[in-house]
Ligand binder design. Structure first.
Ligand SMILES: Cc1cc2nc3c(=O)[nH]c(=O)nc-3n(C[C@H](O)[C@H](O)[C@H](O)COP(=O)(O)OP(=O)(O)OC[C@H]3O[C@@H](n4cnc5c(N)ncnc54)[C@H](O)[C@@H]3O)c2cc1C
Length: 443
């Protein structure tokens, strides 16, 4: 294993830390010797936004080179592969054979290990729950050299701690997942425009039974009678079989955009145009799975649009069944601030329990918002939003987070103490030292 020191970031690019990188190409037998206080952290594709995939002053085990497929049982849809395989690579192999990943985040450029360690959710949470529910087994290498096979039946405590375990319980070497049968790569999609967040809840409730996937884009600047207006996208895997898809077209943001690019005027103009792009209230079509699940992946390195200072993503979940006031208050505050960008996603989570001890999804409504980094101005808004999340018994998502307070993390994730016992003694992260040990500064 060779140490390197290239610059590695997380997706939001607000946190600049120095760390040593060890690229892994094979499943390691053991870990290299370290200095006394030096720790390890696995790193997949760095698609987490804040510091949960960073380890200041420590070592990142870069897993992308561990990217071999081990087997695919085509009759049962059981797939085993190394943890550095990316979801797009899995889909390329399995879609033509009639299998899809059971739960997919909004980008396919994440590794299998990363998807497990954040127990990611997708547009089908209301019917499918989280990614971890489909992990049938995995192997975890600990720093003492022991390899543990774990599953819901075998070494189930390490299994529960590792799903959503933020990379702290050891290095996942491979995992076996249950895929979902599909007829082909197409999605029958419907887009419904709604003019207020109350309508969002109504459409969401009406869609739950008949649609496997749903998510909404909202206009974060709209206020008053248009508060939380947006487009509700829902869809099902189509029975259409043919694969006439060509390679996806992508383009790349070559350099940092100027800081002024995303300002309230450009964002407002985008939001108004985007909201009115659909002239009819409802639109139906059949689309390839890529634009349906991964619209942002068409623009590689879109995070550079936020300029050198980077951006934050703030993702929360709050209950809404008995009281919609908290989410409305959050939307009002965000609209009044004028600070959020055009990337804003609203979705309900169902009541299917997540298998990980630190999994984020829980019943409620989740809102994910991107904010250009404007320093203390952005943080002051987050403090206001945090108060509402706290008092309404919601939670923030570690995979997106760069600013959560230690006391908040500990109350949002009450099993964190139990989890701590399973942390590998040689593993740590900047996020963990911030939220569990109260060290370090935010972003
Ligand atoms: C555009 C975009 C859309 C997104 N949409 C969603 C979404 O809809 N739902 C959702 O839940 N998330 C979403 N995310 C977040 C993303 O899915 C998670 O942050 C994911 O974990 C990133 O995977 P990664 O491979 O990049 O891992 P990294 O970000 O590099 O690491 C994430 C965590 O996994 C750990 N890890 C990585 N590999 C291993 C391993 N082999 N063994 C043990 N631990 C490991 C790391 O230590 C770290 O704690 C989105 C991110 C982006 C950029």
């Amino acid at each position: 294993m060779q140490k390197q020191t290239p610059h590695v970031e997380s997706w939001g690019r607000t946190i600049k830390v120095s760390q040593t990188i060890i690229p892994l190409f094979w499943q390691p037998e053991k870990f290299p010797r370290t200095q006394e206080n030096e720790s390890f952290l696995p790193y997949g594709e760095g698609r987490s936004y804040g510091d949960s995939c960073l380890n200041e002053g420590g070592i990142l085990l870069q897993t992308r080179g561990m990217n071999r497929f081990i087997f695919l049982d085509e009759s049962k849809g059981l797939l085993r592969c190394e943890a550095g395989v990316r979801l797009d690579e899995i889909l390329e192999l399995t879609v033509p054979k009639g299998w899809f990943i059971p739960v997919s985040p909004g980008t396919q450029f994440v590794t299998l290990g990363g998807a497990i360690a954040n127990d990611v959710h997708g547009k089908n949470h209301h019917v499918a729950g989280t990614f971890g529910r489909y992990v049938r087994a995995m192997e975890v290498l600990r720093s003492d050299g022991n390899r543990w096979i774990c599953s819901p039946q075998e070494n189930s405590e390490l299994f529960g701690a590792t799903i959503g375990g933020l990379g702290l319980t050891g290095l996942i070497l491979w995992a076996e997942i249950q895929m979902k049968p599909i007829s082909g790569p197409w999605i029958d999609q419907e887009t419904v425009r709604f003019s207020h967040v109350d309508d969002f809840f109504k459409i969401s409730e009406d869609s739950e039974k008949d649609y496997e996937h749903s998510v909404s884009w909202i206009d974060t600047l709209a206020q008053g009678k248009h508060l939380g207006r947006g487009h509700f996208m829902r869809g099902n895997h189509s029975s259409q079989k043919d694969d006439r898809s060509s390679k996806p077209k992508t383009f790349s943001i070559p350099c940092n955009a100027p800081n002024w690019l995303l300002n309230p005027f450009t964002v407002r103009a985008f939001n108004v145009l985007y909201y009115h792009r659909q002239l009819t209230q409802e639109k139906r079509n059949t689309v390839h799975y890529r634009p349906f699940f991964y619209p942002l992946d068409a623009v590689l390195q879109w995070n550079k649009l936020y300029g050198k200072r980077g951006f934050f993503q703030y993702q929360l979940v709050v209950p809404y069944k008995n009281d919609r006031e908290p989410i409305k208050e959050i939307l009002r505050l965000v609209a009044k601030s004028g600070m959020a960008s055009f990337l804003a996603v609203l979705k309900t989570f169902g009541n299917i329990p997540s298998p990980g001890w630190l999994s984020f999804p829980r019943e409620g409504v989740t809102l994910a918002l991107d904010f250009p980094n404007q320093g203390s101005k952005t943080r002051r808004l987050f403090e206001e939003l945090d108060k509402i999340v706290r008092t309404s018994q919601g939670a923030l998502y570690p995979a997106k987070d760069a600013t959560m307070l230690a006391q908040d993390f500990q109350s949002f994730y009450p099993r964190w103490k139990e989890f701590e016992k399973w942390i590998d003694p040689k593993f740590s992260s900047s996020f963990w030292r911030r939220v569990a040990e109260g060290q370090g500064t935010n972003g």
